[in-house]
Design a protein around this ligand. Sequence first.
Ligand SMILES: Cc1cc2nc3c(=O)[nH]c(=O)nc-3n(C[C@H](O)[C@H](O)[C@H](O)COP(=O)(O)OP(=O)(O)OC[C@H]3O[C@@H](n4cnc5c(N)ncnc54)[C@H](O)[C@@H]3O)c2cc1C
Length: 464
Amino acid sequence: MYCKFCRNVLFHVLLLRRVKMKKADIVIVGGSAAGIEAAITARKQYPSKKVIVVRKEKDTLVPCGIPYIMGTLGSADKNVMPVGLLGDAALIVDQVTSIDREAKSVTTAGGEVIGYDRLVLATGSRPVVPPIPGANLKNVFTIRKEIDYLEQLRKALSQAKDVVIIGGGFIGAEFADECRKMGLNVTVVELLEHCLYLNCDEDFCIRIEDKMREVGVHVNTTCRVTSIVGDEKVHHVECEKGLRFKADVAILAIGVVPNIELARDAGLEIGEQKGIWVDQYMMTSDPNIFAIGDCAEKFCFFTGKPTATRLASVATREARIAGANLFQSRRRRNRGTIGVFGTMIADTAVGVAGLTERASRALGFDLVIGEAAAVDRHPGTMPGAKELRVKLIFDRSSAKLIGGEACGGITAGEIANVMAQAISTERTWDDMAAAQIGTHPALTASPLVYQVVNAAEEAVAQLD
Ligand SMILES: Cc1cc2nc3c(=O)[nH]c(=O)nc-3n(C[C@H](O)[C@H](O)[C@H](O)COP(=O)(O)OP(=O)(O)OC[C@H]3O[C@@H](n4cnc5c(N)ncnc54)[C@H](O)[C@@H]3O)c2cc1C
């Protein structure tokens, strides 16, 4: 007979033999944008700590590059993140199935138990599948971040003639542009008044829609899809008002839902926007667990309220905050998501930071708006010169910049980043009108007409 103590020891020895036990200081679940960045930051901040990343897939796609697999790149394997990015963090390819918060360990589908001091959840998001009849037909795709699935989509597109894209947000618009580069007859169906309507003001949306139409994409806005019709395979997409569009392939691009099941089952708090609740330091309701990226709740920089902005740029920023705070709590603070995004349709780029005019007015801001347009090289006869229009949105009561939009040449993307820095550091119209800038004929507008500065000056000119 064994005494109680011996029985306990024997039990644990047997348990350790049965399950494969591992232990790391930091365990990260998810190895895409957020998870990789968290591993990189954690290794830089805490070089002596052991980091394990667990993710479902061996190779991770560059998520923002997914549309470009279809036309520009031509295959999914040209859009894979280099494994070397993880440095000396260990990678386990497996699915985490549960978290034991008391034992501070996670269990995987493959039977591993991995102990942690700090756990980072970076489980991301998955596409929304709307309850539209026919959404399960063959050749109806969502946009999953999975190599094999996207290869199937690319193959189906390469055998198709007509494609209907349901959803005209930036992902739908990018897919439309890529499909037309493949020579397909492309139709976009968007429920709202305009494509990109959640990201830009109307005049900027119209410029992008005009460009889509100019290159041959059929754009249908204020148009609700009622069903996807076919036998075994999709044949056409039906909309309200009797509209129907022929489709050999239909792509659903209408948003994502955060993957929170692991966190919810472990009893962590979930936020209003269905993300894992986190504080300003990216800490969940358990001080040993952090959540970042698409799975984490976001808070608006301007209102402090929950928001649904899910972007890779937001995910990696949150990872840099969480990664630094793991063992030095409150080292980096998240003051909220500004929302900075860019896209390009054919040769026309758009870049947006912060609130749109429409969203600002809805929040009750009294606005002063300045706009300026100029070619993005100087003189305008330089090769590659293209007009870039900039709109800056200021709060009248504080004089601070709260939003900005740029549309035209490719510099729109980096101009959005300039505007985002000005918003996050609370620059006023005078700060921006007197901003220190650098210019070059082959790279920027002339200093005499630099769009961001001139738009700020135009706002100042409107003051009483
Ligand atoms: C087509 C497309 C284009 C986009 N373009 C842009 C863009 O231009 N700019 C931009 O900023 N954003 C863009 N985004 C958004 C961006 O892709 C996401 O915000 C980003 O991928 C979020 O990164 P993440 O690491 O939080 O989550 P995800 O990329 O969703 O990754 C989640 C990770 O978690 C792993 N995982 C999940 N559950 C488990 C589990 N139980 N066990 C183990 N591993 C698990 C997955 O395997 C994966 O590695 C785009 C998205 C799409 C779909």
